[in-house]
Design a protein around this ligand. Structure first.
Ligand code: TEU
Ligand code: CA
Length: 555
């Protein structure tokens, strides 16, 4: 099988609103991103994934699109985008865009038309149903809390929205809508973009008989219960056939609710659907399935995490392609979540977590600031938070008495999506160098300690460690293609695994705790050299004495 360019690539996710503000209005923008291309080049990444840059009323920071072929005014103009793409390409950096087509904004012209009357030609672009006994058609819940159905007075019918009521779901069972989406995708690909990250693409096909589903504690069925619906793969294959297969692009489907078996179809190496998917099984190990993740957080269960990640590593090998991520704009910061963001262990644990992920098989994703070890924000109260989804779930659980308000806030602080969205920390100047105005989100006060400028100047920084991990992947067939095997499965403190390719082997050892732990080195690594490690003076003996958060890769 011939290697695809995206199999050796490292992707860097930009959340444009928080990355770099070029004109002092406190909001990141396209020209800001352009100014920082040299930084990304220096880091060594291959691809930028831009979270949505399209016209949007910003109910969900651009994940509610009112015009798929226009740029959000706060971010700049189409000319700014064209220039960004051109300059990135000149630097051999590719750009993929977020494709948000499970739903649009309620301000999109399609929905404005659709809601006017039952006979409107756009009616079937969305999902409309008559009330059932005066109520919503079924017990489907939305991701932000409450029902997934809203009654629209004009016609007396309900429309469906798996997210906010201002994000109505598009009707993928309508072939006219599908072709409209494909035309729009083609328009962007003609511009020369290098692919798409597809928002909640696992949700596009619903069982439109809308049965009632098992409800959770909120009284509603979870939003992702409809994932992997009846025509899911049929529609993706159609999209692939009509659009994607005509370009040399990468695609990553964000797939809540996806299974390992399903991924063998979604991300099959035969290229019939997508290049890879984001699955969330490994992100759920600190959630209690009975509660929304925003109101209850469990400590990390490393054995569980290892089992999940190892299953994806071994079972997709040679069949489908993995994506590798700890962070994105919907997740808290990994160093605060599963590392230790205290001064003493911050750098060590950030590097350990990076090692553990970047030595696996798949395409790694770095979320802006992760390469600096950016941390969660020290929230004091609710009023500082902005994210609709985190707050919606929190409020619902508190109002229904499902959780104690104080406990829930403790969880919310550490899991809220807002943690990912504070401004990028560029330097120790005003607002961390993000903006000369007032940033739309507060800057984390620790920018004086963790910022790009200082870390670029410090050879030992988290930044330089990421740079090295990226370089290693570019240079190593073993890291890109090697078969994976978990070692010492039940060890509750260490994550150890091997990679093997053409008779060569790699051993990855990661201490997830601040304890000192000794571990017996497998004999075949007796004379191995150190490929990378996060302590300077690591030495390899028959019994390795691992220090707090130590990470070692032997070859
Ligand atoms: O996320 C879908 C989704 O499931 C998240 O809302 C959720 O935060 C998390 O994955 C659950 O663990 C996508 C986007 O990434 C998110 O920012 C949008 O809010 C959402 O879709 C709606 O477009
Ligand atoms: Ca701006």
């Amino acid at each position: 099988m011939q290697e695809k360019w995206w199999q050796r690539s490292v992707v860097y996710q930009i959340y444009p609103r928080s990355f770099m503000d070029s004109n002092g209005d406190g909001i990141g923008d396209l020209n800001g991103i352009r100014q920082r291309l040299p930084y990304l080049k220096d880091l060594g990444i291959d691809v930028i994934w831009l979270s949505p840059i399209y016209k949007s009323p910003n109910v969900d920071n651009g994940y509610d699109i009112s015009d798929y072929q226009a740029i959000m005014e706060e971010f700049g103009t189409m000319e700014d985008f064209d220039r960004l793409l051109e300059e990135a390409h000149a630097m051999k950096i590719r750009i993929i865009l977020d494709l948000v087509v499970n739903h649009s904004s309620d301000q999109h012209q399609w929905f404005q038309e659709s809601r006017k009357s039952i006979q409107n030609p756009y009616r079937d672009y969305y999902i409309w149903r008559d009330p059932v006994n005066g109520h919503a058609p079924n017990n489907q819940g939305s991701c932000v809390g409450g029902s997934a159905w809203t009654l629209d007075e004009t016609t007396g019918q309900f429309y469906m929205h798996l997210f906010d009521r201002r994000q109505p779901d598009l009707n993928w069972d309508n072939p006219v809508l599908r072709d409209e989406v494909y035309r729009m995708m083609d328009w962007w690909l003609q511009k020369g973009i290098d692919g798409f990250r597809m928002d909640v693409i696992s949700l596009i096909s619903k069982d439109q008989s809308f049965p009632d589903y098992p409800a959770d504690k909120t009284g509603y069925a979870p939003f992702d219960i409809v994932a992997n619906g009846p025509h899911e793969h049929e529609y993706l294959r159609e999209m692939n056939h009509k659009v994607l297969s005509r370009y040399d692009v990468m695609t990553v489907g964000e797939c809540p609710g996806v299974t390992l078996e399903g991924t063998k179809q979604y991300a099959n190496l035969d290229g019939s659907e997508l290049s890879m998917v984001f699955s969330f099984e490994h992100m759920s190990v600190d959630a209690d399935p009975a509660f929304s993740r925003y109101v209850k957080k469990l400590p990390l269960n490393l054995v569980k995490l290892k089992k999940i990640m190892s299953r994806w590593q071994t079972q997709l090998d040679g069949i489908a392609w993995n994506s590798l991520f700890w962070d994105n704009h919907d997740q808290p910061r990994i160093v605060s979540r599963w590392g230790d963001d205290s001064e003493r262990y911050h750098d060590l644990s950030a590097k350990m977590l990076a090692t553990c992920l970047h030595m696996m098989q798949g395409t790694p994703y770095i979320f802006e600031g992760e390469e600096l070890g950016m941390t969660n924000y020290p929230w004091k109260n609710l009023s500082e938070m902005k994210d609709n989804e985190s707050l919606g779930n929190y409020r619902q659980a508190v109002e229904k008495g499902i959780v104690d308000e104080k406990d829930a806030f403790t969880a919310l602080r550490t899991i809220s999506r807002d943690n990912a969205r504070t401004p990028m920390q560029w330097d120790e100047g005003k607002n961390a160098g993000f903006s000369s105005g007032t940033p739309w989100m507060p800057v984390n006060p620790n920018y004086v300690r963790y910022n790009a400028k200082d870390e670029q100047e410090d050879a030992d920084s988290v930044y330089h460690y990421y740079q090295k991990l990226i370089q290693l992947r570019h240079d190593s067939d073993l890291i890109v293609h090697g078969h994976y095997q978990l070692l010492d499965q039940e060890n509750p403190d260490l994550f150890c695994y091997e990679r093997e390719w053409n008779g060569e082997k790699l051993l990855v050892i990661c201490n997830f705790t601040k304890k000192e732990i000794s571990w017996n080195l497998p004999e075949e690594f007796d004379h191995a050299g150190i490929l990378i490690s996060n302590y300077k003076d690591s030495n390899v003996e028959k019994i390795i004495n691992l220090r707090p958060y130590e990470a070692l890769v032997l070859q």
